[in-house]
Design a protein around this ligand. Structure first.
Ligand SMILES: [Fe+2]
Ligand SMILES: [Fe+2]
Length: 300
């Protein structure tokens, strides 16, 4: 009689980023092809702003990853090494999922090539800089994406205004931006943080990105015929730039980056991260069953 072979269940090896709270979660968002055309509060101006932003992510995140990867070999601390690996993993998946969202928005008829070209032109300029200046630019843009993420997760109006299927993708991205918000900065600290370079990064990024935003958003609005609808523009501007507008709330905090003692962790978002990990990936989280690598869900 053959002895029964006792099989020990194989435990998936935790991914490096997962061990330090930066798990690259594998998700495939399925978005409805026929959703509401103006997915943000049925307003074309604001919806096209978020569509433009989505187009900026994949090339932008490639730039972030490349600028950090350049210094990866200098990182010897095991914790930071794992954080870098989590950061790279998360950003790669963000780029992939925003590409899919961008294709969907393109199939709905939005002029998505315009923001793609505009952001690539801006990044081409930033790509000509010395490596440490490039990393400084990344840390500034990561400061912006962390603020954006925090705004998305705390602005209850955003949740009520956006298309429900699409908002899950934005929530997941926002959460992970907060989880990895310090990684690029810690690598930058390691390779010689210079305040002069940071202030220059502020100027260079805003000097290249603001024209890219205005030109491509303006083009998208023109293509969509929104300029013939001043009511839509007025309301969209109020939603984004009004007293309690989405962007208005972010702008005052942008300047923190130029402070001598700036560090992303000085603004504590751990409670917000814990709350949203649970909301999205906890036992009855809205995305828990969509996670293709559930072993990362154990992250605390
Ligand atoms: Fe990202
Ligand atoms: Fe990021």
């Amino acid at each position: 009689m053959e002895a029964a072979v006792q099989q020990t269940p194989k435990r998936a090896r935790p991914l490096a980023g997962t061990t330090v709270g930066i798990p690259p979660r594998q998700l495939d968002f399925t978005l409805p092809a026929q959703g509401q055309r103006y997915f943000y509060d049925n307003n074309a101006t604001a919806s096209l702003f978020f569509a433009m932003l989505s187009a900026f992510f994949p090339p932008g995140e490639d730039y972030f990853v490349e600028s950090v990867r350049h210094y990866r070999k200098r990182v010897t601390d095991p914790k930071l090494k794992a954080e870098v690996s989590g950061f790279i993993g998360q950003e790669a998946i963000h780029g992939r999922e925003h590409d899919r969202l961008n294709e969907l928005l393109s199939s709905r008829g939005f002029a998505m090539k315009a923001p793609d070209k505009a952001v690539r032109a801006a990044l081409w300029v930033l790509d000509q800089l010395p490596q440490s200046q490039k990393l400084a630019c990344t840390t500034f843009m990561e400061h912006f994406t962390a603020l954006l993420g925090e705004q998305l997760l705390t602005d209850e109006l955003f949740a009520r205004r956006a298309e429900p299927e699409m908002i899950q993708l934005w929530f997941w991205h926002a959460l992970e931006e907060l989880e990895h918000k310090s990684v690029a900065y810690d690598v930058y600290d390691l390779v010689g943080n210079s305040r002069r370079e940071r202030i220059l990064a502020y100027a260079l990024v805003t000097g290249t990105m603001i024209p890219a935003v205005l030109a491509s958003w303006g083009y998208m609005l023109a293509k969509e015929g929104v300029f013939r609808n001043p009511k839509d523009i007025r309301r969209g501007m109020k939603l984004l730039l009004g007293r309690k507008g989405f962007i208005t709330r972010i702008l005052p905090q942008m300047g923190l980056f130029a402070r001598k003692d700036f560090h992303p962790d000085k603004h504590d978002t751990r409670a917000l991260v814990a709350k949203w990990r649970n909301k999205l990936f906890g036992e009855s989280g809205s995305l828990a069953s969509d996670l293709r690598n559930p072993e990362v869900a154990t992250v605390q």
